[in-house]
Design a protein around this ligand. Structure first.
Ligand SMILES: [Zn+2]
Length: 127
């Protein structure tokens, strides 16, 4: 092994690992439970000391974008299975289903949006 071996980007990203060394954990808790602390982040990476917490890292805009993405992704499985038509209420059922899915996925979406922000920020910050 060479000294600068880094784990691959995508597994590290989805494993919620440090954007710098891709080994340390970003979030305090491994799972999203307890929900109240689902986005609690460690201040510094335990492995490389990379600063995780940034004042501007709220991920709110990214979270919104992800939510919209989920709505569109829901069409992909909802349409073939249940069908979408403007003649009946199916579009409203689809909307309710999407909202329910988004709410259920929200803890993960919030984490994911923070991860997206963190990875973008680290990349730009380090050049
Ligand atoms: Zn690290």
């Amino acid at each position: 092994m060479t000294k600068e071996t880094k784990p691959a980007l995508l597994p590290a990203f989805f494993g919620m690992k440090c954007p710098n060394c891709r080994k340390g954990r970003v979030f305090v808790n491994k799972s999203v439970f307890p929900l109240g602390k689902c986005v609690a982040m460690v201040e510094h990476c335990a492995v490389c000391g990379h600063k995780m917490v940034n004042e501007s890292n709220n991920g709110g805009g990214i979270n919104y974008a992800l939510t919209v993405c989920i709505f569109f992704l829901n069409i992909l499985w909802y349409w073939p299975i249940f069908g979408l038509s403007y003649k009946d209420n199916s579009f409203f059922y689809y909307l309710f289903t999407s909202i329910a899915v988004v709410i259920v996925l929200q803890p993960w979406l919030m984490r994911l949006s923070k991860m997206v922000y963190l990875y973008l920020f680290s990349k730009f910050g380090r050049g």
